[in-house]
Design a protein around this ligand. Structure first.
Ligand SMILES: [Fe+2]
Ligand SMILES: [Fe+2]
Length: 374
């Protein structure tokens, strides 16, 4: 899908909708904190730091960016994942027109991943500055480079879609609220628990249901890092929340619930349907009536609910809220098993690429020995 012409374009020229200027600034008021003790820290946290160092990778070389995308369905996702697939306006289109809608919807969703990753990059750097303990600072420093790499990987992938979209309002609102709050644990709660927990579930849908190898691979590698990030939030908050008063915990639960609703509704995509000149009401109706979309939205909470329970924000407010959202079924999911699986799947992609390279090399060697013999 990429021509040399596209290769020369600046990334900002890929935007389908105007952004609000070329920069977004959020006022901050918090204390930068030094730790003179340089304490060894918690074994679990230092373990994550060691893992973070050992598992660094280069998005340019670990992934073969020459792999192609199908212009009519770049990710190779089933149409059921398109929230308006049942709408009459979509059903009446020819294959080329349907392909355009798929490409734009997938690019819009992927753009939210890339934009969210920039949010994660800035939040991770804020945590390095603000968190009191050295072990958390060390770990968060490895996460900061991970997040830069994720922005890079999604940016490279988006260029192949030839379309980029600005951050949606619900995501921008949550990042704004998370960064503006001066309490260090709120950055973790907003970014490490809610945004990253939901992102993991979204990445997982593409990794597990797409048929395009490049799209599957990018998400598998990002997920391998992300599950470490969610584990970090979990470790830090599990120690901290029992030390707070009930009133302070209630306040966190309220924030958590509001953030969960904001994130659930970020898939409305109205600005996208409008941009594609589709009938808004028909699209909105099709989205709300689509059973798949309901299940999809709920499955997004598969990673977040067990973490929230684990860090001890499991009072009545959160339990009632999650009950209403229909996501309580995830409360007892095995977080460790999910993380181990993320790691295993990413390693399988490395093994696959190594095996292909081995076969190609052997074929080349055989060819050159035949030529030499002649
Ligand atoms: Fe990330
Ligand atoms: Fe992350």
């Amino acid at each position: 899908m990429q021509s040399t012409e596209q290769g020369k374009r600046k990334f900002k020229d890929y935007y389908e909708l105007a952004t609000d200027g070329s920069r977004w600034t959020i006022d901050q008021e918090f204390q930068a904190c030094f730790d003179w003790t340089y304490d060894e820290g918690r074994a679990g946290m230092i373990g994550l730091y060691e893992k973070g160092k050992q598992m660094q990778w280069d998005a340019q070389t670990r992934i073969d960016w020459a792999q192609d995308l199908d212009p009519l369905n770049p990710q190779g996702m089933p149409d059921e994942s398109l929230p308006i697939h049942a709408a009459a306006c979509f059903q009446s289109m020819n294959e080329t027109e349907k392909g355009e809608i798929r490409r734009h919807f997938q690019a819009w969703q992927l753009s939210q991943f890339m934009q969210g990753e920039q949010g994660a990059l800035i939040c991770a750097a804020k945590i390095v500055t603000q968190v009191p303990d050295s072990d958390s600072k060390f770990y968060a420093a490895t996460q900061t480079i991970d997040e830069a790499r994720h922005v890079e990987a999604y940016k490279l992938l988006l260029k192949k879609f030839n379309a980029v979209y600005p951050m949606t309002k619900p995501l921008a609102d949550l990042i704004d609220q998370t960064l503006r709050d001066s309490r260090w644990d709120m950055t973790y709660l907003g970014m490490q628990v809610v945004i990253e927990g939901l992102a993991l579930a979204s990445f997982g849908t593409i990794r597990d249901h797409a048929t395009n190898e490049l799209c599957k691979q990018v998400n598998a590698y990002v997920m391998q890092d992300e599950s470490r990030h969610v584990a970090f939030g979990r470790l830090a908050l599990r120690d901290y929340y029992p030390t707070l008063t009930q009133k302070e915990r209630d306040e966190r639960e309220q924030f958590l619930l509001e953030a969960s609703y904001l994130m659930r509704d970020r898939f409305d995509a109205i600005e996208l349907w409008r941009h594609l000149d589709l009938p808004i009401e028909e699209c909105a109706t099709a989205m709300y009536e689509s059973g798949f979309m309901d299940r999809f939205r709920n499955s997004l909470f598969s990673r977040i609910v067990p973490i929230v329970k684990d860090i001890g924000l499991w009072g009545e407010t959160v339990r009632n809220g999650y009950e209403k959202m229909g996501v309580m079924g995830y409360a007892d999911a095995d977080v460790q098993a999910l993380q181990d699986e993320d790691d295993h799947i990413a390693r399988q992609y490395d093994a696959r690429r190594a095996e292909i390279a081995r076969v190609v090399n052997r074929a080349r060697q055989t060819e050159s020995s035949v030529v030499a013999a002649e």
